[in-house]
Design a binder for this molecule. Structure first.
Ligand code: NAD
Length: 262
C-alpha cells in the first residue's frame, strides 16, 4: 500500500479509462494525485471516490493541448504541494479512421495537437520543477501502434510513434538531471475510448468486442488496470534503473502478429 508513498503525481486524462485506473491505483499506493482533464464531471467524481476511500487526490481542469493552461496548472500544482515527483502523460484521442489519402489537415492536426503537443507542453513545463527538486520521472502513454503498422488510424499511429521517440530523446536529454522517462505501449484495452471505436465500427459493438477478444493470444483484451500496474511500477522507485525503455502491455499481440506473418 505504499509503493509511491507521498509522491506528488500528475495524471493527464485521468477522468476515464487508463488514466482513471492509474489515479485510483496510485492513490491506493500512497501518492498525492493531481488528476488533470477537460472532463470536469468525471474528474471530480473520480477524485471524490478516491478521497472517500481515504486516498489523496485533487481535480484540475486543463486542456493539455493549450500551452498556457498547461503551464498555469502545472505551476499551481507545484505551488500547492511544494514539488512534483512524477508526470504521467496519458491524454490521448484516436481520431478518425480514414486512409491517409482521405484525411484532412484539420483531422490530422487535431490528433497531433492532443496526442503529441500535450506530451510536449506537459513535459516542458514540468521539467523545471524536476530540475529544481533534483530529479523526477515521466511516463508517456504511447501505444502498440507506435511500434507496428496496421492499415488504419494513420494520424493516431504517427502520433504514438512520435511519443515513443520523444520519450527516448527526453530520457537522454535529462538523464544527467536524474529525470527518468519511459513509455508504455498498450495493445487493445477495453476502455471508453475503445468502446467508442467499437460503437462506430462497421462490425458493430458486439462483434467488434468478440473479434478483438478472439485475436488476442491470451484470449481477451486488456483492462485499464493492466496498464495502471505498469504505470505504478514506472512511477515508483522500483524502476529506478529504467529510462528510455518501452514497456509493451498487449497480451502478447505484438509477438503474435509477428508469428502469424511468418
Ligand atoms: N484503450 C486502448 O486500447 C489504448 C491502446 C493504446 C493506447 N492507448 C492510449 O492510452 C491513453 C488513455 O486512453 P483511454 O483508452 O484510457 O482513453 P479514454 O478516452 O477512456 O480517456 C482519455 C481521457 O483523456 C481526456 N482528454 C482527451 N483530450 C484531452 C485534452 N486535450 N486535455 C485534457 N484531457 C483530455 C478525456 O476527457 C478522457 O478523460 C491514450 O493516450 C490512448 O491513446 C489506449
Amino acid at each position: 500500500m505504499s509503493r509511491v508513498l507521498d509522491k506528488v503525481i500528475i495524471v493527464t486524462g485521468g477522468a476515464s479509462g487508463i488514466g482513471e485506473a492509474a489515479c485510483q491505483l496510485l492513490a491506493k499506493e500512497g501518492a498525492i494525485v493531481a488528476l488533470l482533464d477537460i472532463n470536469i464531471d468525471s474528474g471530480k467524481r473520480i477524485v471524490d471516490i478516491i478521497c472517500s476511500q481515504g486516498g489523496r487526490a485533487k481535480f484540475w481542469q486543463m486542456n493539455a493541448s493549450i500551452e498556457h493552461q498547461v503551464s498555469d496548472t502545472i505551476n499551481a500544482i507545484a505551488q500547492e504541494y511544494g514539488r512534483i515527483d512524477v508526470l504521467i502523460n496519458n491524454v490521448g484521442i484516436i481520431g478518425d479512421n480514414k486512409p491517409t489519402h482521405e484525411i484532412t489537415e484539420s483531422e490530422w492536426d487535431r490528433v497531433m495537437n492532443v496526442n503529441v503537443k500535450s506530451v510536449l507542453f506537459c513535459t516542458k513545463h514540468t521539467i523545471p520543477h524536476f530540475k529544481k527538486a533534483g530529479g523526477g520521472c515521466i511516463v508517456n502513454i504511447s501505444s502498440l501502434h507506435g511500434l507496428l503498422g496496421t492499415p488504419d488510424y494513420p494520424a493516431n499511429h504517427a502520433s504514438k510513434a512520435a511519443v515513443r521517440l520523444m520519450t527516448k530523446t527526453d530520457a537522454m536529454l535529462y538523464a544527467k538531471d536524474k529525470i527518468r522517462v519511459n513509455s508504455i505501449h498498450p495493445g487493445y484495452i477495453w476502455s471508453p475510448l475503445l468502446e467508442e471505436v467499437a460503437r462506430k465500427s462497421a462490425m458493430g459493438y458486439d462483434e467488434f468486442r468478440a473479434h478483438h477478444n478472439k485475436i488476442q493470444p491470451l484470449g481477451h483484451m486488456g483492462q485499464p488496470e493492466d496498464v495502471a500496474y505498469a504505470i505504478l511500477y514506472l512511477a515508483s522507485d522500483e524502476s529506478k534503473f529504467m529510462t528510455a525503455s518501452e514497456l509493451v502491455i498487449d497480451g502478447g499481440l505484438f509477438s503474435g502478429q509477428l508469428i502469424n506473418s511468418i
